[in-house]
Write a protein that binds this ligand. Structure first.
Ligand code: GLC
Length: 540
């Protein structure tokens, strides 16, 4: 069947770019990024010319009013903008300016929990009889006074906090300042659906739904069983990773809620539902719905967790390709605000170049994380400067601050992110890893990303063609992408030594892009040479 562009939605063809607003661009000289900063940098993301990154959508992490205990993932009002980031008028301008540049705007939606300062929770904790009591999950202590079950918080300690005034515990799967909403209560659902409509009416093109698999818990709140494979050296207060997450996530009933959420979005045109999900593949895949009526894109973090090995990456991709039903569209993520920077994780700049080519040539929607296009590395945060509650509670090695340092615009003071000391220190590498210097260097990481994105846009095979892996050489991940006679070969060398490949059944091809950005040539595919850590795209 011939498939033209018309058969594919923007969120299938396009590339998403994640912005962590605290760290993108500060225009108010307070050391924290803001919405106006994003507006000022939209041209960098897509100014309509092929020389900008020209991404298709931005996803903005939370900018709602918040006490910022978890930097915006503790929301105290779902329908406003925190003054730190701007106001609603600025948000509206941001949407208009992004749309003018043909970029969609996806916002974060945090349905599992609110801030403890949210008026709903302030009410709820007032008394056992309060009309909002059942909006959260309150339970009596066990007879010995201990918490109602053994669940741990993701950020250390138990998932329950006792409210001494009313004598009951409330559930919070993150910090105590993030009480979990009770999604079994229809009033909560209605109120939360209203918050979706509020932003849809303002013109947002979709949502990234935070820890969506957690919103429904086991009705009886049973104890989670111990995890026999738990790491032996977990921090003492890490109760969470000692247990298997059986009763607190991925409950069957969550799929009913997801279908309702989809119906809210489907009342509008071309909106996308993306969800943050961490469970194993059989549980994860269910979030597409039985016939595509739940999430469009349950985030796929599998590649991020693989060792730097061609075989492991290929296995992960093949597993996904085999498991996905026909209606389900794949997607890949290699970095975000919760895990160490991809350069630091995969071993270095050369590996990161190969990773970039892989991410932008596999079948499925890629999500990029701000700064990865510069090869930004993990920030070094002195222990007394740690901000992240996970790092504060579980220890510095768990801090997610390393991946949240300010965007590096040029080699001036504070990397031109801000005119004052930023909320997290600028990375030491900013003098070489910054937008200005990398723009001027034709072989920089930034120019590799720009070239890859530009090439991807020009190639239907890369955007929506079939994926066919080839068994050629253990250390290389090699695949074809093809559609309607357009055929592209991608060959990625994962090791620090040259490799010679013989592509079965192929004679000549043209290398159009190398991760080293230094060759475009006709090649003999029976003796295709890849240099150490080189990835190439070949037109067949
Ligand atoms: C998600 C977010 C993370 C946040 C947590 C609690 O995992 O990505 O940053 O801390 O949810 O909302």
């Amino acid at each position: 069947m011939s498939q033209d562009k018309g058969n594919f939605q923007w969120w299938q063809r396009g590339v998403v770019y994640q912005i962590y607003p605290r760290s993108f661009k500060d225009t108010t000289a307070n050391g924290v990024g803001d919405l106006q900063g994003i507006i000022e940098k939209l041209d960098y993301l897509n100014d309509g010319s092929p020389d900008s990154l020209a991404v298709d959508a931005i996803w903005i992490s939370p900018f709602y009013p918040s006490p910022m205990v978890d930097f915006g993932y503790d929301v105290s009002d779902y329908c406003d903008v925190d003054p730190l980031f701007g106001d609603l008028a600025t948000f509206d301008r941001l949407v208009a300016e992004a749309h003018r540049r043909n970029m969609k705007v996806i916002i974060d939606w945090v349905p599992n929990h609110t801030s403890d300062q949210h008026p709903w929770f302030v009410e709820s904790r007032r008394s056992r009889e309060n009309p909002k009591r059942e909006w959260y999950i309150w339970r009596d202590p066990k007879p010995d006074g201990s918490p109602p079950n053994n669940w741990g918080s993701f950020f250390g300690g138990p998932a329950w906090t006792l409210d001494t005034e009313t004598g009951q515990y409330y559930l919070h799967q993150f910090v105590p300042e993030q009480p979990d909403l009770n999604w079994r209560n229809p009033e909560v659902r209605d109120a939360m659906f209203e918050t979706l409509r509020y932003w849809l009416d303002r013109g947002v093109d979709g949502f990234r739904m935070d820890v969506i698999g957690l919103i429904i818990k086991d009705e009886q709140l049973r104890d989670n069983p111990p995890d026999p494979d738990a790491l032996p050296d977990l921090p003492k207060n890490d109760l969470f990773h000692r247990l298997l997450q059986v009763y607190n996530m991925d409950q069957d009933e969550v799929h009913e809620v997801l279908k309702e959420i989809r119906r809210v979005l489907d009342a509008y045109e071309e909106r996308v539902a993306i969800g943050e999900l961490w469970g194993p593949l059989p549980r994860w895949i269910k979030y597409y719905g039985e016939d595509g009526d739940e999430l469009h894109l349950p985030f796929n973090f599998r590649l991020m967790r693989q060792p730097w090995q061609a075989k492991a990456m290929r296995q992960s991709v093949d597993e996904l390709e085999t498991a996905l039903p026909g209606f389900a569209w794949p997607n890949y993520v290699l970095g975000n605000h919760d895990i160490p920077r991809l350069v630091s994780r995969f071993g270095g700049q050369v590996q990161a170049r190969v990773a970039a080519m892989m991410l932008l040539t596999l079948r499925g929607t890629p999500t990029l994380y701000y700064g990865d296009e510069l090869g930004m590395e993990n920030g070094v945060i002195p222990p007394d400067k740690i901000q992240d509650p996970q790092g504060i509670n579980l220890g510095p090695e768990w801090s997610r601050d390393v991946a949240r340092t300010p965007m590096q615009w040029d080699d001036g003071s504070y990397a031109a992110f801000s005119t004052v000391e930023p909320w997290l220190p600028v990375s030491a590498d900013y003098q070489s890893q910054n937008v200005a210097s990398q723009s001027a260097d034709p072989t920089s990481m930034l120019n590799l990303y720009r070239r890859l994105l530009r090439y991807r846009r020009s190639s239907p095979a890369l955007q929506w063609g079939r994926y066919l892996p080839l068994d050629v050489e253990e250390d290389c991940f090699v695949y074809l992408r093809e559609v309607d006679g357009e055929r592209r070969l991608v060959a990625l060398n994962f090791v620090d030594e040259a490799r010679h490949l013989s592509i079965p059944g192929e004679a000549w091809g043209r290398v159009v892009l190398s991760t080293h950005l230094d060759r475009e040539e006709l090649v003999d595919l029976s003796r295709l040479q890849l240099r150490p850590y080189e990835g190439i795209i070949v037109e067949l």
